[in-house]
Design a protein around this ligand. Structure first.
Ligand code: C5P
Length: 317
């Protein structure tokens, strides 16, 4: 009887959180805090990170393992955003930070699709549930913003306008599904270095950031479920610095355009390139064109919008 009880699995919680693409990303001049003001439109896509939080013995602290594509490129120490999320939640709630975290990667690593931010969002919700902390959603959002500019959006999901550092969010109305194909590179780009190159290229007199007329068209396209209009309105101010740091990306944009993509855009700070297809089949064909041209290391097809951070399973003792 005792043996049976001790064999019961420890309580654990599994949560999934989506990656994202920026449909529009407009960047203003760097502020004194080292961040750039943004006017952006995020869309969550159906590539998900999964975080399982398992109760560990009192005093054991935080531990972390990672599996899935490119897992070996992900740190498993306190620099990992999921680890930092668990530590921050414990600090703010006064609860002991005893948890085993496991991340199953489903979003490209260091690709401008906020996979690390999704891990942080998932870890916050997983630990909040495991530890029965019961933080109100708004407090989780505030902790999320402390962890990184893209973390609040991963909690919210769907499609949203982001201002400030990209962390002040307003949900956007959309209709239907959009079909994406993402072309990724084995070697990622560091977000701070892309922003730094943006500053160098823009010079000192960048105008203050504001959404452009094109973004109104983009919002209309989303509301109408008009993929052709959405494709035309995609825009990213970080394209120039990303291309400057990684000139090979020009060929990725070109191949997708030549293959009839409705629109092509660098995702966030890159180097992932997002191509919008007419249908699921067309998105797959865009991926096949990239593979045939040998301009990407991997292709990932997905749809958007996808839901935000969600509880998948919760096992209690
Ligand atoms: O907030 P997060 O950790 O995702 O940002 C990583 C880095 O990207 C920041 O330290 C900053 O250098 C740059 N960044 C920025 N402006 C933003 C978001 C990020 O300059 N709005």
């Amino acid at each position: 009887m005792t043996a049976r009880l001790s064999a019961a699995p420890p309580p654990s919680v599994r949560v999934r959180a989506p990656g994202k693409v920026n449909l529009a990303l407009r960047v203003g001049p760097v502020g004194s805090d080292g961040y750039h003001p943004l006017a952006t439109i995020f869309q969550a896509v159906s590539l998900f990170e999964e975080v399982t939080a398992t109760q560990s013995a009192p005093g054991s602290g935080i531990s972390l393992t990672v599996s899935g594509p490119q897992a070996d490129a992900v740190p498993t120490d306190e620099t990992n955003l999921a680890w930092r999320a668990a530590a921050l939640l414990a600090e703010r709630t006064g609860l002991p930070a005893d948890v085993g975290l496991h991340i199953t990667k489903g979003v490209p690593v260091a690709g401008g699709m906020a996979g690390g931010s999704a891990d942080a969002a998932a870890a916050l919700l997983a630990c909040d549930t495991l530890w029965d902390a019961g933080l109100p959603r708004q407090e989780l959002v505030e902790l999320a913003a402390e962890l990184g500019a893209d973390v609040p959006f991963s909690l919210l999901g769907h499609t949203a306008v982001g201002t400030g550092r990209g962390d002040l969010l307003t949900p956007a109305m959309t209709r239907g599904e959009f079909h994406w194909c993402f072309g990724t590179q084995r070697e990622g780009l560091s977000t701070p270095s892309v922003f730094r190159r943006f500053d160098e290229l823009a010079g000192p007199s960048t105008p203050h950031v504001a959404p452009a007329a094109d973004d109104t068209e983009l919002m209309h396209a989303l509301r109408a479920g008009d993929a052709v209009a959405l494709g035309k309105a995609l825009h990213n101010d970080l394209t120039a610095p990303a291309l400057d740091l990684r000139p090979e990306l020009a060929a990725v944009l070109e191949v997708a355009t030549e293959s009839g993509a409705l629109g092509v855009v660098v995702s966030g700070s890159g180097p992932t390139v997002a191509a919008l297809g007419r249908s699921r089949q067309h998105a797959l064909a865009l991926g096949a064109a990239w593979t045939a041209a040998d301009v990407v290391d991997a292709v990932w097809c997905a749809t958007g919008p996808a839901p935000g951070t969600q509880l998948v399973t919760s096992v209690s003792r």
